[in-house]
Design a protein around this ligand. Sequence first.
Ligand code: IPD
Ligand code: CA
Length: 277
Amino acid sequence: MATDPDPQLVDDLMEVAHTVALEGGAMVREGRPSTVEVAATKSSAQDVVTAMDLAVEQHLRTRLARLRPDDAFLGEEGGATGGTSGVTWVVDPIDGTVNYLYGLPSYSVSVAAVLGEPDPARWTVVAACVHAPADGRTFRAGAGRGATLDGQQLRVRAAPSMLDSLVGTGFGYRAERRRAQGRIVAELLPRVRDIRRIGSAALDLCTLAAGGLDLYYERGLSPWDLAAGQLVATEAGALVSGLNGAAPGAEMTVAGHPSLQRELCRFLEANDAATDL
Ligand code: IPD
Ligand code: CA
């Protein structure tokens, strides 16, 4: 795994991430029709894509190809394009599409630059921008540079215990997985302050970074759900991992202040949370 990325490269990638995330956000904000229609469905009838998801991803792809022609690209809607620089842009044009569909404000444009394979088990995320167009919040992070919300430095909260923790989570789109996820929530709910389901994994991780959640866990995240939020959370002092010492990723992602994150991992491991049974 690559370490200590070149500081000038980090600065350049942070600037590009910020520029294109804001452009994508402006498209989403200004182009929202009075009624948003579903353009297609994916893993299930509930897993929807709108014309705006497709248009924003196309814009990000085109702009990044112009600004950084040697970099690779991985987007939720259009897949991967190769590059030669070792940098891959991992992009979710709208993270929280169901909120966007219903006119709820918790959705975001998520843009990250990673070194190495665009795979959470192997990548080093070096620059990130998560922009929430509905309220204008912009989260930024760079490897070794810290994390900010609208220019203010972020630090994760250290809740005194699990019982005092507000815990974010999310659910997949397939019924079988949801049944298993519901079982875990039922076990966890009596042991924590409360549960939140914000509806955008990128905003879950950024909200955690800003102290708006104490802990977050989710099974089933894709690289584009995770990349930018992972760096924002980590740079704000969170530990972000999978279970049993694994890297975060599709099997499980657990984030929080190091003093509590391990306790949530142990709970999830003991309850077989990384299965759909
Ligand atoms: C979804 C959101 C949601 C999470 C789902 C993701 P999408 O992304 O991040 O919070 O629970 O697992 O698929 O479909 O809105 O881009
Ligand atoms: Ca999406």
